[in-house]
Design a protein around this ligand. Structure first.
Ligand code: DAH
Length: 343
């Protein structure tokens, strides 16, 4: 009998001196004194052996022990949680050198775009922007590509929900229509941006890429102006010594042409790039079709103009000698960081 009160005293001392130093030790403490099979519960079975006049005292001590175990548990639990939040208790070396800061680099596509923009800005072109979600009107109809026109087959289009009216622009040419419609003449703009085509035919093709559009409209703008402007661009951009304009077709220009630059075939790389011809195709261009001017409310008797459009990705591949176009879209920093300060 004296024994059981002795045991209670011992448990009291144990609870008081217990000092769980970690959440795991605290859990041990909880199991021992508060868990479903805790040590106090076991002692309750001894109640029947306690003489009646001491039963009350026994009960009180048992309650007191339970309360003190609960209080200690609650206090330590709070402490460990606060420590976890503040990171205290971890080994922090305040004098360790910091992580070096990684400075990003400009994406090669942006570099090429910026370079092209700079070249045209120097001769008075202004950069303008247009929406990537376009209407059928600006993307096709205003650009002289009516619904039944075979040229619409040239571009597989992503149409948006709700019919054929809204789409992702398939080229930057609709920006031409938007600017012309504004009616502020003369116009001398370039419009860089993303375009979209539904090209799932090959693993190498991409549904999203970049173009830059150019448009120049004034009185007396001639094909000679187009040629000279593009030659200037080819020299500045590629150091080209010669360009060639091949007749071509685009619905929004008449006459239309494609411009090649002369690279020659002296190096293996140029031989490969030009497929042995020495010429590399860079862009499409032409004199703005009078029908387009009229669609956009410009007097085609008084004004003429030229336009051109080019893809960016292939130029980036050529400029940086990148072997696979997919690298431009994967955003792998090991690849991208190689272009720091490249141009
Ligand atoms: N929009 C044409 C394309 O995506 C490129 C183009 C050709 C733009 C001739 C022009 C142009 O402005 O005059 O293939």
């Amino acid at each position: 009998m004296a024994d059981i009160f002795g045991q209670l005293n011992q448990i009291r001392a144990e609870i008081q001196s217990a000092a769980p130093g970690s959440p795991a030790e605290l859990e041990q403490f909880r199991i021992q004194y508060l868990g479903s099979k805790n040590i106090l519960k076991g002692l309750f079975a001894e109640m029947k052996n306690v003489p009646n006049e001491r039963k009350k005292e026994f009960g009180q001590i048992m309650n007191e022990l339970k309360d003190s175990a609960e209080a200690k548990f609650a206090l330590l639990k709070e402490k460990f949680e606060a420590d976890a939040d503040s990171g205290a208790g971890e080994n922090i070396d305040l004098f360790a050198p910091g992580e070096p800061m990684q400075i990003g680099s400009i994406h090669p596509i942006s570099m090429v775009m910026n370079k092209i923009i700079g070249i045209f800005e120097r001769i008075g072109f202004t950069v303008v922007d247009g929406p990537e979600i376009e209407t059928d009107w600006y993307n096709f109809t205003a650009m002289n590509t009516p619904e039944d026109h075979p040229a619409r087959d040239m571009q597989d289009t992503f149409y948006l929900k709700g019919g054929m009216e809204w789409l992702l622009r398939t080229h930057t040419s609709p920006v031409q229509a938007r600017i012309m419609e504004g009616g502020n003449l003369p116009i001398r703009i370039i419009a860089p941006g993303r375009v979209y085509r539904n090209e799932t035919i090959s693993t190498r093709s991409h549904c999203q890429f970049h173009q830059i559009e150019g448009l120049y409209i004034d009185e007396n703008v001639s094909f000679a102006d187009l040629k000279q402007t593009l030659f200037y661009f080819a020299k500045e951009m590629f150091g080209a010594s010669e360009i060639r304009l091949r007749p071509s077709f685009f619905p929004f220009t008449e006459p239309s042409a494609e411009m090649d630059i002369w690279l020659g075939t002296d190096t293996e790389k140029n031989y490969r790039l030009t497929k042995g011809t020495g010429w590399l195709e860079i862009l499409g261009c032409g004199m703005v079709d009078p029908k387009v001017l009229e669609n956009c409310g410009i007097d085609a008797e008084r004004y003429t103009g030229f336009a051109f459009g080019m893809g960016i990705e292939r130029q980036a591949l050529r400029l940086f000698e990148i072997g696979d176009i997919r690298l431009l879209f994967e955003n792998d920093v090991r690849f991208l960081s190689q272009f720091k300060g490249a141009i």
